[in-house]
Design a protein around this ligand. Structure first.
Ligand code: ANZ
Length: 811
């Protein structure tokens, strides 16, 4: 029997699989399809990390099982290679981004192959390939045609370090998500996509996704932030003064509290607009505005916590419900980007207004009282602000009605309109940087912004000498006169090209469609192929993409649906999220801490199969888990045991299945199948471990049983299983075998096998009668020699028995 050495096994099979195109997707197959996708990587200079391999191994296991179950599986990968990081890497290392992207993707691909991932590389795509981004540009032009992509001059987030405009999704609180710099608001020309037109559908269609984790759906709902409310107009009194409008409109989610309004408040930005059109504000007011605007980004993100400050304008408004005269204030907690930038303040029923009113001694008028009549009544009546429901009082003809009913009635009474507001902003879609898709429009002095004709796509990114940001708010492309100066497709006169580029989220918003039909020169995706493959059946990725990439991609998909390119309303039927791989001890892995684990090193020392088993066994797939070299060694030992079993003399050809194995055999097939389907890889592996323990005890193992065991293990450890399978005399790959079936009648037996864990590690297994009492099981377990040797005479701290499954001993 030879020693187990993955170096003799793994590269050999990887080459064989590549040479025989074992994982190639079938074209025109009449098998049912299964599209298994993981978020394609951004090929950074650092290479693959263990977080990548955790995701990719999981989707690989799933794809491998599905292939064996008879599905035509699409399991591709590629490169999300445009964007700031690639460009910054290039600037730092003084190479053209296309060169470093090329180098990095090659390294990634080699690494991915060393892990034994079963991608169909015939379908590899790269977002920076003109053949790919032609279709990113094409989709943009379709949006432009329909008025969804437009030029805007609103102030946007500007990162002074990255020297580019950013979307809200690119921020981490008030800071640039990439470099951590506090962003500024900068008015500048930019391209924007009207994603807010899709806000309702992006929320409502989440209901059609039962296989998405509820937490992900909730995060999306919050990000889109839909509020139902009313727009209500207040007449202003000093309308003869310059710059002051006749009426002020507010957005409120609580029109029922209109009789309780004691002041109005406007944002500093709105006040500044009034001054710009002629309002003669006092020096004190101007100072307040300047100060508040300086705190802009802090206010935008911490509106709830910001220290409330304000100044009275001297202007008054009339409450349309009761004709009361109320003052208009400027307040720092009123934001310009939400609603109308003006609020009606109801201190009795809103925390922020309450705090403000107390500070500036403004009246507080209660108009909602709780309806319950219990002991709490007195205290809750006196406790303001009261933000709950109840009945109206001090509200003239509406007194005594439930406040919810008052929302509509009071809005109608004052001639307001019911409406919705969203936290989601339109998508700021231009970057003042080099390494992105050129935006395919020209600026013509006569015809304005004109789309370039479709047959001129792709509009390729020209070579530049200097791709460093200019810092002027212009992209480096602006410096290439020969590229910039062109003719207008409409009038033929001189025109200039748009020099901003698209954000790094553009290509990833639709790339999953291209894998279905990667080489099609005539369409983004062919109709038949889309019909067959869509939607993606399982999409695996990280939590950081829940409110960015996943919202952008869902939006892009819905747009393509509207123009007839795709046939499904949603791109991803099922979403599974991975937990982080932390450094040993539970801290984040980072270069700075020097605790980054490189999968190449692990493969060199332990082999890819052990890495795969370890990363899947480390804990529940969605949980953040610290790296543990001890447990990695445990995974390697398990792989070695399988090797010993398979290359020893126990496996026999012609014997029947001993009854001692039969039940566990069927149970194992069921458990592993169900667990892979549910992404419970850790428990699937522990079942396989239990089975190996059992096999180990047999003098003779029927070949068919051992073969089926190898098939169940094959998705997890594709190399060793292929080797042992071949050693059994098989001439075709185990990865094209049929997945084992279980007999449900044989699963229920009087006896079951449970695992015994000691300090979290599986040390023994035990057969028990299904009907055994829990205490009996614990007692029996502690008397087993295989357990006692670990106890070393000590009494365990805790013995936990999870009925029928596992007994866990804590020392
Ligand atoms: C009066 C009122 C009474 C309000 C009450 C709340 C409670 P969401 O749920 O986030 O949509 N608001 C409106 N525009 C604002 C802005 N630009 N900056 C800061 N606050 C703004 O919140 C909507 C509520 O937030 C609105 O309803 C308004 O205050 C405030 F008992 O109007 B409310």
């Amino acid at each position: 029997m030879s020693e187990y050495d993955p170096k003799n096994i793994e590269p050999k099979w990887q080459k064989e699989w590549a040479d025989t195109k074992l994982y190639q997707t079938e074209e025109g197959s009449d098998k049912p399809k299964c599209y298994v996708l993981d978020e394609f990587p951004y090929p950074s200079g650092e290479g693959l990390h263990t977080g990548h391999t955790r995701i990719y191994t999981a989707s690989d296991i799933y794809a491998r099982m599905k292939r064996m179950q008879g599905y035509n599986v699409l399991h591709p990968s590629g490169w999300d290679a445009f964007g700031l990081p690639a460009e910054q890497f290039a600037i730092k290392h003084k190479v053209h981004p296309s060169e470093s992207v090329q180098k990095n993707t090659e390294r990634y691909k080699t690494q991915m192959n060393r892990v034994g991932l079963s991608y169909d590389w015939e379908r590899e795509i790269n977002t920076t390939d003109p053949k790919f981004y032609k279709w990113t540009q094409w989709a943009f032009l379709k949006m432009f045609e329909r008025g969804l992509a437009f030029e805007s001059f609103e102030p946007i987030n500007w990162c002074p370090t990255c020297q580019t405009g950013l979307a809200n999704e690119d921020l981490d609180g008030a800071n640039c998500e990439r470099c951590g710099t506090l962003v500024e608001k900068k008015p500048m020309r930019q391209w924007v996509i009207r994603i807010t037109d899709y806000a309702d559908r992006l929320i409502d269609d989440l209901e059609t996704l039962p296989d998405w984790p509820e937490a992900v759906k909730e995060a999306q709902r919050n990000w889109i932030g839909r509020s139902q409310g009313s727009l209500i107009s207040f007449a202003l009194t000093q309308t003869d003064a310059d710059g002051i409008p006749q009426t002020l409109e507010v957005f409120t989610t609580r029109p029922d509290t209109l009789f309780g309004v004691t002041y109005l408040a406007i944002s500093a930005e709105l006040a500044k607009n009034w001054i710009e059109v002629g309002w003669q504000a006092s020096e004190e007011i101007k100072m307040f505005i300047t100060q508040t605007l300086q705190e802009e980004s802090k206010r935008t993100f911490d509106a709830e916590v910001v220290d409330k400050k304000g100044v009275a304008t001297g202007i008054f408004a009339v409450n349309p419900a009761n004709q009361e005269k109320i003052p208009v204030w400027i307040a720092n907690y009123v934001l310009s980007g939400y609603g109308t930038g003006a609020i009606m303040a109801v201190p009795a029923h809103d925390e922020r207004d309450f705090e403000f009113a107390q500070k500036y001694k403004l009246p507080i008028k209660q108009v909602v009282v709780p309806t319950f009549h219990n002991n709490n009544e007195a205290t809750s009546l006196n406790h303001l602000p009261y933000i709950g429901d109840g009945v109206l009082k001090n509200s003239a003809g509406f007194d005594g009605i439930p406040n919810e009913e008052g929302e509509k009635r009071i809005t109608e009474f004052v001639g307001g309109t019911m409406t919705k507001q969203y936290r989601l902003n339109d998508w700021v879609f231009s970057r003042q940087r080099y390494w992105g898709e050129p935006i395919p429009v020209v600026h013509c002095p006569k015809d304005g912004v004109v789309a370039i004709p479709e047959n001129e796509l792709p509009l390729t990114l020209p070579e530049v000498d200097s791709y460093e940001p200019t810092g002027t708010g212009e992209s480096p492309l602006a410096a290439i006169a020969s590229w910039v100066n062109t003719t207008c497709p409409k009038c033929g006169g001189p025109a200039t090209r748009e020099t901003n580029t698209m954000p790094q989220w553009a290509g990833s918003s639709w790339y999953y469609l291209r894998f279905m039909d990667p080489h099609n020169p005539d369409a983004l995706v062919g109709k038949d192929k889309e019909k067959y493959w869509a939607p993606v059946d399982v999409y695996v990725g990280g939590a950081e993409h829940v409110t960015r990439h996943l919202i952008y991609a869902r939006f892009w998909h819905k747009f393509l649906y509207d123009i007839g390119v795709v046939s499904t309303l949603e791109p991803f039927a099922r979403r599974r999220g991975v937990g982080l791989v932390l450094g040993e001890g539970g801290v984040k892995m980072s270069k700075r801490l020097g605790n980054v684990i490189n999968p190449d090193d692990i493969i060199d020392t332990f082999g890819a199969d052990s890495l795969r088993i370890y990363e899947m066994f480390m804990g529940p797939f969605g949980a953040a888990i610290p790296w543990s070299t001890d447990n990695l060694i445990g995974a390697r030992r398990f792989v070695e045991r399988v090797w010993k079993l398979g290359s020893g003399s126990a496996v026999h050809l012609d014997i029947g299945c001993p009854s001692s194995l039969e039940t566990l055999y069927h149970q194992t097939i069921k458990k592993v199948t169900d667990d892979i389907e549910e992404f419970k890889f850790n428990t699937a592996i522990s079942q396989l471990m239990i089975f190996v323990n059992m096999l180990d005890k047999e003098e003779k193992i029927p070949q068919q049983i051992f073969g089926d065991f190898l098939k169940l293990l094959a998705p997890f450890a594709p190399h060793i299983t292929e080797e042992l399978w071949a050693n059994m005399g098989n001439r075709t790959s185990i990865h094209r075998e049929v997945w084992p079936h279980y007999d449900s009648e044989k699963i229920l037996s009087d006896t079951i096998t449970i695992g015994i864990q000691i300090n979290g590690k599986l040390r023994d297994t035990m057969e028990i009668n299904r009907a055994s009492e829990n205490e009996e099981v614990k007692e029996a377990a502690l008397k087993r020699p295989g357990v006692m040797k670990w106890l070393e005479g000590k009494t365990p701290k805790k013995v936990i028995y999870i009925e029928g499954k596992i007994l866990s001993i804590v020392l």
